[in-house]
Design a binder for this molecule. Structure first.
Ligand code: CA2
Length: 144
């Protein structure tokens, strides 16, 4: 699947659009998936779009993206960004480039969000653009 981009979303992102709109916007994850599907079809890319609240699912899906020969992974690991050495190691263990994605800019928020284990292993990062972060990251994936 060389023209496939996996877009993986971590904990609590299934509830987007319901709380904290001043930080995350009003779009739901389904809205963001729709944005990504429209852009992907214009770019000639297929996408696999998933969300899980479980760290191991995200690890398994990174391995799957590698096994399937995906072009890239867009990963919004949610709070696991700041805690997960397992995700860090999974990113390092695959040859598929991973682009870290965030709706908000964690660097301008609480200090505990300033450390990113995902970012230490990822090839690139797009953050702070709200739902548009995903589209900018998808365009970068298409250019890889
Ligand atoms: O800005 C981002 O995209 C984050 O990855 C979102 C995570 C946060 O832990 C990261 O530091 C930055 C949190 C997602 C929480 O999702 C919510 C969904 C509905 C209502 C409130 C939060």
């Amino acid at each position: 699947m060389p023209d496939t981009v996996f877009i993986l979303n971590g904990p609590n992102l299934n509830l987007l659009g319901t709380r904290e709109p001043h930080i995350y916007g009003t779009a739901t994850l389904a809205d963001i998936e729709g944005d990504c599907r429209s852009l992907a079809s214009r770019l000639g890319l297929a996408i696999v779009f998933r969300q899980s609240n479980h760290e191991g699912d995200l690890v398994d899906w990174l391995h799957e993206a590698h096994a399937e020969g995906a072009r890239a992974v867009l990963l919004n690991a949610g709070a696991y960004t700041h805690t997960s050495i397992a995700l860090h190691d999974a990113i390092k263990s695959i040859s598929v480039p991973v682009i870290e994605v965030h709706l908000s800019d964690p660097d301008t928020r609480e200090p505990f969000r300033h450390l990113s284990y995902v970012g230490m292993a990822a090839a690139d990062c797009v953050k702070g653009l709200g739902r548009r972060s995903y589209l900018v990251a998808l365009e970068r994936a298409a250019a890889l």
